[in-house]
Design a protein around this ligand. Structure first.
Ligand code: ZN
Length: 321
């Protein structure tokens, strides 16, 4: 049987593993490949001009179903460090990433979140909800994980990485305070966050929201008609007026739900589009981790009757977003 191109690439990856880690030229920036945009952003903030960062997953990309391309494989092979999330987020890339781990150049930084702060998976022992970026206090652990991974790769620059991380963590503190302050203004009866998939478990736990995803923790499980019907009934019974779509998941189920409620005479609006598993466009405010979370927190609070400042925490959110 002929080997597929992908298998050949993985085989050549194993051969490269024997050859050891690539050597970085003296004075050259550390080349970093990150899987998600959020991890890429953390690496840029911690690494500053000492790193050159490529994030494999752009805006609107669903990390649960994303598979590495040939270009991704080549970039990851050449990188000094590969930062991935772990916690089974990159389900389709797991095999490839574990091979890189063996090679000693890849680090699953999402697993820097301590076990006792993780939400256990309902169906599998020893598996956890990967969506830890939804809460800045948890993301701070990951930022420290990124700092440690970069410092291991370039020990000469450890002091600079530590200083950059400390400064960035202060910004995350401000973001955390903003999130608590604004979300507390949402009336308790309206604290139901219904969206396309279960990305908001940590969010719900931290800010006291009931969280309902039409699909499960991964987008790979399909929502059945029964599920849609049950949720439409719930919207009607509880008088919930807004549900949310996500940039990285099809809005088909959310729209079916709104139609189901409308058929029973209950009007539900789309409260906004949330950045659940991917950030906004590079070069924009929501293309940064802070902008992404500011947008989500501000959009959710606004749609569910909370009090929010105009254009979010830093006044940088686009009008009407
Ligand atoms: Zn997800």
């Amino acid at each position: 049987m002929q080997l597929s191109r992908r298998n050949l690439l993985i085989t050549s990856l194993s051969a490269a593993a024997l050859a050891g880690t690539p050597l970085r030229a003296q004075g050259a920036a550390l080349s970093v490949v990150a899987t998600t945009g959020m991890i890429g952003d953390a690496a840029r903030r911690v690494g500053g001009d000492l790193v050159e960062v490529t994030a494999l997953m752009g805006p609107g990309i669903d990390p649960h179903s994303y598979r590495q391309t040939r270009t991704d494989i080549q970039a990851a092979m050449r990188a000094d460090v590969v930062l991935w999330h772990g916690l089974y987020l990159e389900a389709q890339m797991e095999e490839f990433l574990l091979k890189l781990d063996e090679r000693g150049t890849a680090v699953p930084v999402g697993e820097s979140v301590p076990r006792d702060r993780r939400i256990a998976h309902e169906d599998y022992a020893d598996k956890f909800d990967p969506h830890v970026w939804m809460v800045p206090e948890l993301w701070a652990y990951v930022v420290n994980g990124v700092r440690d991974a970069l410092s291991d790769a370039a020990p000469d620059h450890a002091d600079q990485f530590a200083a950059n991380a400390a400064a960035y963590l202060k910004e995350l503190d401000a973001l955390a305070s903003y999130a608590h302050r604004v979300l507390e203004t949402v009336p308790s009866s309206a604290r139901v966050l219904l969206s396309a998939h279960d990305a908001f478990g940590y969010f719900g736990e931290t800010y006291d929201f009931e969280v309902v995803g039409i699909q499960g923790i991964s987008t790979e499980s399909e929502a059945g008609l029964n599920r849609i019907r049950t949720l439409a009934d719930m919207l009607v019974e509880r008088g919930i007026g807004a549900v949310f779509v996500e940039t990285s998941v099809s809005d088909r189920n959310v729209r079916a739900l709104i139609e189901g409620a409308a058929a029973q005479g209950h009007e539900v609006k789309i409260g906004g589009e949330l950045f659940s598993d991917a950030m906004g466009a590079p070069g924009t405010y929501t293309g940064t981790y802070i902008g992404m979370i500011d947008h989500n927190v501000t959009t959710i609070a606004q749609a569910l009757g909370g009090e929010v400042p105009d254009r979010g925490m830093q006044g940088k959110l686009a009008e009407g977003s």
